[in-house]
Design a protein around this ligand. Sequence first.
Ligand SMILES: N[C@@H](CCC(=O)N[C@@H](CS)C(=O)NCC(=O)O)C(=O)O
Length: 220
Amino acid sequence: MITLYGDVSRTRANRCSWMLAELGLAHQRQPFAFRPGQPKPPEFLALNPNGKCPTLTDSGFTLFESLAINLYLAKKHGGPLAPRSLEEDALMTQWSFWVVTEIEKPQLLAAALCVLFDPHEPDGEELELALAKLARPWTALDGYLQDREFLVGERFTAADLNVAAVMHMVPVAGIDISRWPSMVRWLEACLARPAAADCLSVNFKVPRPASQRDILAMFL
Ligand SMILES: N[C@@H](CCC(=O)N[C@@H](CS)C(=O)NCC(=O)O)C(=O)O
């Protein structure tokens, strides 16, 4: 039996619930949503020493890191989302690492400033910096998708799901990405999948930190 730990509307567990839905996998949910610094149940820390969601257990096997969980589920359950060769596997890993290292942090900062912080303040230097940082990976992705429908193997795979699951914050935050039309076309196609519906249900606010320094510290 699979258990997904993490509130799907308030944590990155939404990425894994998208994969579970794509694969049609029955599972239980433990809808935790911890704040940094909040005490966590020892049973949960025994599963994930980072104390973060999502965490997944699968008949006694435990895994954390949302995109690693998705790659595991795709590979275990096969089908079109899974790699069909070592090379496809490597490319799916590449795109998953790429999106968390090149995109996630500045995009989350932009989304926080535009909608997630309460009160939010969609103008200012931090937003400009975050968007400037994103221009390079977004240009790379847009160029790559100019003559391709999907990232790997000419079909929707775990690579598309992982990258789009991180980038779903773009429409949530109302960030204008019209400068990158191939990326827009690809992102819209991924997020229009019925199984992505869970992933889109972001429903939380974070108190806006008092100072610029505190804001930046959250995203270092
Ligand atoms: N890189 C991790 C990040 C996990 C993460 O930061 N989860 C947040 C919720 S989205 C969390 O559990 N925060 C609680 C805390 O920081 O104590 C992943 O993708 O799974």
